[in-house]
Ligand binder design. Structure first.
Ligand SMILES: *[C@@H]1O[C@H](CO)[C@@H](O)[C@H](O)[C@H]1NC(C)=O
Length: 314
């Protein structure tokens, strides 16, 4: 029972408030706080709830907003048309967003002519995990050890760290170096055209070319780094909404098992402040001291030529 009351007050925002109000009028329940400089290795974007308590965007933001209505939370990691490969740091306590580092260098995705950076708002479903110890029954490959990725196709360009509500429309199964890496196609529920989108067929109908561009982009984006083309299960065919919902629900079950310590969490840091009965739960005070112990060096921000270079592939 230790610290039960303060924990309840930290977590009430999503348990009660999120379900009670219609989506359109909900103000964001989350805030972010930057530490370190963007485009440096010490950059971290931490999440807080409205009460100002630190939370984990991976574990403490609920997956479902209003489950009978197909509404899910999305954590925006990468705004559309940008290049910096920002992602939830699954291995760090409280899982801030940071820029991926490969071979000692900050990672940027290339501009693959005619695409500028990412062609969707890109992010992840909180409270999902593609278990690397479990074979995906649809692809027959193990999970990639990350939350499930999202390509959001609405018209607005979001900001890094935004938590938005999306409708699930379909799914694409990328196979990345032998592991399953689902990309779920969604639309912001507050997009002016959201009512027209119910399933994957509506994307073909109302945004012709977007799904083709999506497969093409995902197939080719590692080529400028000297890597082979990415592969897809199901011949790169998009699966429908019902299928995508099942993928996300399965990944939610895997995440639950991990947070309850019912499977091997491997390299994932499961520290959270809101998940009832999780052995990894900590108090808001402990969460604060975890954040405050993260060193931030002051490095000056460099201009990034990576974002200005273009690649033309045959
Ligand atoms: C997560 O981070 C906390 C705080 O640094 C640490 O005590 C704990 O051992 C980590 N857990 C895992 C599974 O890495």
């Amino acid at each position: 029972m230790r610290a039960l009351l303060p924990l309840l007050s930290v977590c009430r925002g999503w348990r009660v408030g999120a379900a009670a109000r219609p989506p359109r009028r909900v103000m964001s329940l989350y805030r972010t706080e930057e530490r370190g400089h963007p485009h440096s290795e010490d950059y971290r974007l931490f999440f807080k709830n409205v009460a100002g308590h630190y939370i984990s965007p991976f574990h403490d933001i609920p997956l479902k907003v209003d489950s009978p209505k197909n509404l899910f939370n999305m954590v925006v990691e990468i705004p559309r048309w940008t290049n910096a490969k920002m992602e939830i740091a699954t291995e760090e306590p409280l899982n801030p967003i940071k820029q991926d580092v490969k071979s000692g260098k900050l990672r940027f995705v290339p501009n693959l002519f005619p695409y500028k950076g990412y062609i969707w708002n890109y992010g992840a479903f909180p409270q999902t995990w593609e278990d690397p110890c479990q074979k995906d029954k649809n692809t027959d490959f193990y999970g990639d050890n990350d939350p499930v990725d999202i390509c959001e196709i609405g018209s607005k360009v979001f900001s890094r760290g935004d938590v938005i509500q999306v409708k699930i429309l379909g799914a694409l199964a990328l196979i990345d170096q032998g592991v399953t890496d689902w990309k779920i196609i969604t639309i912001n529920v507050n997009d002016p055209d959201a009512e027209k989108f119910h399933d994957i067929g509506d994307v073909k109908k109302f945004k012709p070319g977007y799904l083709e561009a999506t497969v093409n982009w995902l197939r080719l984006y590692k080529i400028p780094d000297g890597k082979p083309e990415n592969k897809f299960a199901f011949n790169g065919e998009f699966k429908n909404k019902a299928f995508a919902l099942e993928v996300v629900n399965n990944a939610h079950e895997c995440w639950k098992a991990m947070l309850m310590k019912k499977c091997d969490s491997g390299t994932v840091n499961c520290t959270n402040v809101c998940v009832s009965d999780s052995p990894f739960r900590c108090t808001p005070e402990e969460a604060r001291s975890l954040v405050e112990s993260v060193p931030t060096l002051s490095m000056s921000k460099e201009g990034n030529i990576e974002e200005e270079r273009w690649y033309f592939l045959d």
